[in-house]
Design a protein around this ligand. Structure first.
Ligand SMILES: [Zn+2]
Length: 425
């Protein structure tokens, strides 16, 4: 209790600074793809954290997917050592943002402050969370200069496109090794009173059906890959979707609809390619010799990925049994295993207690329907004491007029600073 008053005063005193920092970060348009201004944002943050006593490292993910000299994948890791040895608490934020899209009523990179909200692309996902963690750390250093252990703040690339040029690369280089970092908070916008323990798994695959091209007026001379795919989709409706609807998880996934296994068909392509919109001619008559779909299967911690894949091959084999010329291929594109930090892990217990002290209520434990960088910290870094916790409303992420509330950031900064005090002071 003795830290609370001092810490909260240090954070309140930094409210304007928190707003300015968030606005400055929004003003650097770190659009991904293609990966703009990564160096600029890392240098900006690096200079600031160096002034606060951090040792700053700029790390380029050389050779990672999408890294090139035009758009290098820069990451920042800043570390502050305490007065004595102890554990390290690491705050990891991604610095990239998704495209702007249509429908904005404000400048997406203007960082406009109106009625207690800061607007802009990345305001909630997740430059507001990044700024919040910086202020929390600086306030803690002012209040408890003689702490033991270490604090790290990272700003990493490419979370929005899989994190391979960001957290995955750093984890491969040992930045999340258990002897270096013991606690990780990822300030994604999960709401200031919720702790996100992990996420479901993902399997993306391409399914292709094969046929034989012929004239569209004599389709009996060819073999339509689109009709074969139609049979695949019908079999999915008849057997696979009901099967998935029956698989429920004990994970506290939000929203409710994501508490079961899900499957989305991300795209379907077959036959003649679509023409440009300025093409005014007619289509040509051909039987489709190829049809492809991309499936996006989200699976539960209770499921095994091999079983998830077997369900799909079994389905394709059932279709094959009824269609003599049916041929198919399945190509893996991407897979991530589910991860969920235990509710009694130290970072969960400490953050829960801090939320109760700041907000006077028990936090909700949630699991994300989609993945985020925790997957790399867990799988490559072998560090399972990791959560996502940060201010902002998840539903606003990637939307036009994205915003973050200043009061929510201040409350979350208090929670983060209390976590530091509990673990390090
Ligand atoms: Zn994010």
């Amino acid at each position: 209790m003795r830290h609370d008053t001092r810490l909260f005063a240090e954070i309140e005193a930094r409210r304007d600074n928190l707003i300015r920092l968030t606005q400055d970060l929004i003003a650097i348009p770190t659009l991904n793809p293609p990966g703009r201004c990564y160096q600029e944002i890392c240098e900006y943050l690096g200079e600031r954290l160096a002034r606060s006593g951090f040792t700053v490292q700029m790390i380029r993910a050389k050779g990672a997917p999408a890294d090139n000299d035009k758009h290098p994948r820069w990451n920042l890791v800043a570390r502050h050592e305490g007065a004595a040895g102890g554990e390290c608490v690491h705050f990891n934020s991604h610095h990239d943002v998704v495209e702007v899209g249509h429908g904005w009523s404000v400048d997406p990179f203007g960082g406009e402050l109106r009625e207690g909200r800061i607007y802009g692309r990345g305001a909630c996902d997740m430059k507001g969370g990044l700024a919040t963690s910086v202020i929390a750390a600086e306030a803690f250093l002012a209040a408890c200069p003689d702490y033991r252990g270490a604090i790290e703040i990272s700003a990493t690339a490419d979370e929005e496109s899989g994190g391979y040029g960001g957290v995955a690369y750093l984890a491969e280089q040992g930045y999340f090794a258990p002897d270096r970092v013991q606690h990780v908070i990822i300030p994604e916008p999960l709401n200031k009173d919720r702790i996100c323990l992990g996420h479901r798994g993902v399997w993306w695959a391409e399914i292709e059906t094969k046929g034989r091209i012929a004239h569209g007026s004599m389709p009996f001379l060819g073999d339509s890959a689109i009709r074969h795919m139609g049979a695949v989709l019908a079999e999915m409706e008849a057997t696979l979707y009901p099967l998935l609807a029956g698989k429920r998880t004990e994970m506290p996934v939000v929203p409710e609809g994501a508490k079961q296994s899900t499957l989305n068909i991300n795209s379907v392509h077959g036959g003649e390619a679509e023409q440009e919109t300025d093409y005014t001619g007619l289509p040509a008559p051909c039987v489709a010799d190829r049809c492809r779909i991309i499936i996006d299967r989200r699976f539960l911690i209770e499921e095994d990925i091999a079983e998830v894949k077997r369900e799909v091959t079994a389905l394709l084999e059932r279709v094959k049994a009824t269609r003599p010329t049916f041929e198919y291929d399945v190509r893996d594109i991407f897979e991530v295993h589910p991860t969920m930090t235990a509710e009694d892990a130290p970072i969960v217990r400490t953050t829960s207690a801090a939320i109760e002290r700041v907000l006077a209520r028990q936090p909700d434990f949630v699991v994300s329907p989609g993945t985020y960088d925790q997957k790399h910290i867990d799988r490559i870094g072998r560090l399972s004491n990791c959560i996502a916790y940060g201010p902002g409303i998840l539903d606003l992420a990637h939307q036009p007029d994205e915003w973050i509330g200043v009061d929510d950031m201040v409350d979350s900064a208090k929670v983060m600073a209390l976590v530091l005090a509990d673990l390090l002071a």
